[in-house]
Design a protein around this ligand. Structure first.
Ligand SMILES: [Zn+2]
Length: 89
């Protein structure tokens, strides 16, 4: 199945130009236990519906961005750049 993703930098492009690392999840605290780390790495919510995901324009501008995607039909509702992290302030 192919669909288009609007890269915030390049505009609408075929999904084959991108890769995703999946849903956005809250990172564990600074020194997580093995259980917390394992849960973070291996257990996804895998929702049916709209979720926020990390996407990378691999064969384009190489930008990482966030996308709101409906997993029912792969419709991408919105893409945006992530907010700056607090460590950069
Ligand atoms: Zn791009």
């Amino acid at each position: 199945m192919t669909f288009q993703i609007p890269c915030p930098n390049c505009g609408s492009r075929p999904v084959d130009e991108f890769t995703t690392t999946g849903e956005v999840r809250e990172r564990p605290k600074e020194s997580p236990s093995r259980r917390e780390l394992s849960h973070y790495v291996y257990f996804k919510r895998n929702v049916r519906g709209i979720q926020t995901e990390w996407w990378y324009h691999r064969f384009g501008c190489e930008l990482w961005f966030l996308a709101e995607r409906d997993t029912n039909d792969n419709r991408v509702l919105e893409t945006r750049l992530p907010a700056p992290s607090r460590s950069e302030w």
